[in-house]
Design a binder for this molecule. Structure first.
Ligand SMILES: *Cc1c(COP(=O)(O)O)cnc(C)c1O
Length: 431
């Protein structure tokens, strides 16, 4: 498979180069040259397929010729070693739990897949050390740190906004050590993202270090997320429902991967992008004007993004055609007050403890189903509620049971380096 830059389609490369470089030389995001459509026989048998075998078949065209089948099988096995349960909530609403991975965030899948691919490519060539530079609004950092921990030849540097990630999230990225370093930035997530972008453009840094990103701009982080939608369909196929997905969205990588799954043939009727008040996309669908405003901090902090990087990919999928896009996608925004009320009502109605991101997804789904009551919707529960303990416990007046893999974090010491601007980051990367 070839990948091309969305800024200039004549700039193309292979999977390996796209993964190692993260972004095209003209700063465009990479996009696959073609989206393969799976044969009807694939979907006829999907419910009887082994999950790993299914995932290998889905990912093969995207890596073929560059990752041998046996290696891809190992990578998939290491990536998907936990389940993605569907919990029924109402007759036409289910919860797709994506948080059963090691850091309790859906990003574990993309982070692990990317870490394994990069580890393979680097091992293959016995190359110069690669530095993975990543900005996190909360969950990316932990998932990336965990996915890359101990991968040879790779150093990970994570930037996170000071005081704007939860205690559990901060512990997940500051307590690992080894090849993982956390930088605490005096600013918001967009500042972190901006600094990372500047570093990629900085010739002085690039002459000294081989940099790559592990945000969802990287195709190895982004593409494997489509597997959730295949897995969900596989589980629900027998029920023969008109399926819609509500995806709590920040950088819009997850929902965009779902759209790729749809293009590959998964019968998904509609997507709902559910956001907090960082509502550039809902506002765009209302007004046709794409105008990001400054980011506002919210209780669903992993979605505090005002200029979602994957939106250009979504526009590409729908041929830069507004009406085609709005036929496939609805988008709604919700305030923190509405989100807390949703956490409460979900708990009161069913006993289910949702995290703030899942609760936003729930609200978007409810809103869509009001007008489309004949459809069946899944909302994605993207993080375990324990990762947002203060918000969830104060909304519900209960204690959330803490899983073992989180308890151990409280026995370890946080280690991070504080930086305040790009000069500090540059100095760190040049040492
Ligand atoms: C990253 C994240 C999101 C947003 O996902 P995108 O792919 O960036 O849209 C939603 N919820 C949680 C918990 C996350 O960590």
């Amino acid at each position: 498979m070839r990948y091309y830059s969305l800024k200039n389609p004549t700039i193309t490369t292979d999977f390996k180069t796209a993964v190692i470089n993260g972004i095209a030389p003209d700063r465009g995001l990479y996009f696959p040259n073609e989206i393969p459509r799976l044969a009807p026989s694939f979907f006829d048998q999907i419910e009887t397929m082994d999950v790993h075998q299914m995932a290998v078949e889905i990912m093969t065209p995207f890596v073929s010729g560059e990752i041998p089948k046996d290696i891809l099988e190992q990578i998939i096995k290491k990536t998907l070693d936990f389940d993605f349960p569907i919990v029924p909530l109402a007759t036409n609403i289910g919860i797709l739990e994506l948080f059963q991975g090691p850091t309790l965030a859906f990003k574990d899948v993309g982070a692990r897949f990317m870490a394994q691919c990069l580890g393979y490519f680097n091992h293959e060539e016995n190359n110069q050390e690669i530095t993975v530079l990543v900005a996190t609004s909360g969950d990316t950092g932990g998932a990336v740190a965990n996915g890359f921990l101990g991968v040879k030849g790779i150093k990970v540097v994570i930037l996170y906004p000071k005081g704007k990630v939860s205690d559990v999230q901060e512990r997940q990225l500051t307590t690992l050590g080894e090849n993982i370093t956390a930088l605490e930035v005096d600013g918001v997530f967009d500042d972190c993202q901006e600094m990372v972008k500047n570093a990629f453009l900085d010739s002085e840094i690039n002459s000294k270090r081989k940099l790559t990103s592990a945000n969802s701009i990287n195709i190895a982080r982004w593409l494997p997320q489509m597997l959730y939608y295949f897995i969900a369909y596989k589980k629900l196929k027998k029920q023969n429902k008109t399926l819609v997905f509500s995806v709590p969205s920040g950088n819009f990588g997850n929902i965009c991967a779902g759209m790729i799954a749809q293009q590959m043939g998964v019968p998904i009727d509609h997507f709902i992008a559910s956001t907090n008040v960082n509502d550039t996309v809902p506002a765009y669908l209302e007004s046709k004007e794409y105008s990001p405003k400054p980011t506002v901090p919210t209780i669903s902090n992993a979605m505090d993004v005002s200029d979602p990087s994957n939106f250009v990919r979504i526009q590409k999928i729908y041929e830069n055609n507004f009406s085609l896009l709005s036929n496939h996608l609805s988008a709604y925004r919700f305030t923190d007050i509405e989100t807390r009320a949703a956490i409460e009502s979900i708990y009161v109605d069913s006993g289910y403890i949702a995290d703030p991101h899942g609760a936003v997804g729930y609200l978007g789904l409810k809103k869509y189903l009001e007008k489309n009551p004949e459809k069946y919707g899944l909302f994605l529960e993207t993080a375990h509620p324990v990762k947002f303990l203060d918000t969830v416990e104060s909304s519900l007046n209960i204690k959330v049971p803490v899983p073992e893999r989180i308890k151990v974090l409280f026995t370890k010491e946080k280690q991070r380096i504080s930086i305040s601007d790009y000069t500090d980051l540059k100095a760190y990367l040049l040492t």
